[in-house]
Design a protein around this ligand. Structure first.
Ligand code: PBG
Length: 324
């Protein structure tokens, strides 16, 4: 008989008491803030599908990045919208492509801020797919060669971490080999390892203009009903040379984050994606819940599940809140 010897409410009786026994600590150190860049100068255009998010040009992205760094956030993740798309997505590895420009500008303005680049083809190909079409199918191995080229061009521009998000088989190995061969021994790879074919990328695809023109991504991104396959994907990426592995999206896949944390020793990142972000924003806008509290609850759940790194559009807001 434990009651009244044990009363669980004793340790919940005041905020200092709750603080004393709080198990999960959210820190700004774990946040990565995504930035969207497009060609131009002096741009800061609101993204309609994503509250408080903007399209920046490389110069204003650098300014934004310095504000992100001032909040204590250690890293940004760059997505690019090219001037023009083509069959192969060649703007993705263009020497003076928009991401390459942004990386250079940000590294110049805020050298201590880590710059992570999204390595993918979908925003650059006319098909909107993350690989190249061959006989109406997404060809795996030719995509890997292009992805390695993209990663190398980002490393040349000064990226600290490259993050392939395409879900082609073997791409981490291609990228690692290419970076090593070209002397980029210290460029880290954060692999989108367990990336699901999720409906929660909707707002992002508007923002990045990267929706597939036909079909869907189910032949390369994972079936949302699977769990064991995620472990296999992660193990393969680590074997191929990934330094950090990612699970994406976060909220519908907390079980995957938890499993991965217990199974693998490398840092686990989770991507709190655009649909998760906008679901909360829409509910808050409708007056249905308290945005700040709900945001922290979301972020705590991701951390509690086992994520070491959280990529989130809430990073700035959460950083301010955690500062108090
Ligand atoms: C590109 C990519 C996507 C996201 C990140 N990189 C979209 C997709 O796979 O269709 C989604 C991010 C988000 O929803 O916040 N491959």
């Amino acid at each position: 008989m434990s009651f009244p010897k044990i009363r669980m409410r004793r340790l919940r009786s005041s905020e200092p008491m709750r603080r004393l026994v709080r198990q999960t600590i959210l820190s700004v150190d774990n946040f990565v803030y995504p930035l969207f860049v497009k060609e131009g100068k002096g741009l800061k255009e609101p993204i309609e599908s994503m509250t408080d998010c903007f399209h920046f040009s490389p110069d204003t992205a650098a300014h934004e990045a310095s504000q992100v760094a001032a909040l204590g956030i250690p890293a940004v993740l760059i997505f690019g919208l090219p001037k023009k798309k083509d069959e192969l997505g060649s703007q993705a590895w263009a020497h003076n492509g928009v991401v390459q420009q942004a990386v250079k500008e940000i590294k110049k303005a805020v050298p201590q801020l880590l710059v992570i680049t999204d390595v993918c083809l979908c925003a650059y190909t006319r098909s909107g797919h993350c690989g190249v079409l061959k006989d109406n199918k997404i060809d795996n191995d030719s995509a890997c060669e292009l992805l390695a080229k993209i990663a190398l061009s980002h490393a040349h521009a000064g990226a600290d971490i490259v993050a392939p998000s395409d879900m082609m088989d073997g791409r981490v190995g291609y990228i690692r080999q290419c970076l090593e061969k070209n002397g980029f021994h210290d460029t880290a790879i954060m692999a989108y390892s367990a990336k699901y074919a999720s409906a929660f990328y909707g707002p992002f695809r508007d923002a990045a203009d990267s929706a597939p023109v036909f079909g869907d991504r189910k032949s390369y991104q994972m079936d949302t009903a699977n769990s064991d396959q995620a472990m296999q994907e992660i193990a393969l990426d680590i074997e191929e040379g990934a330094d950090i592995v990612m699970i994406k999206p976060a909220l519908c896949f907390l079980d995957i984050i938890h499993r991965a944390k217990h199974r693998f020793d490398c840092p686990i990142a989770a991507y709190n994606v655009s649909g998760e972000y906008m679901m909360l924003n829409a509910a808050a806008k409708a007056g249905l819940l308290d945005k700040k509290q709900a945001m922290l609850e979301m972020l705590y759940s991701i951390k509690r599940a086992g994520a070491d790194i959280i990529i989130t559009y809430f990073a700035r807001e959460a950083a301010k809140l955690l500062k108090g």
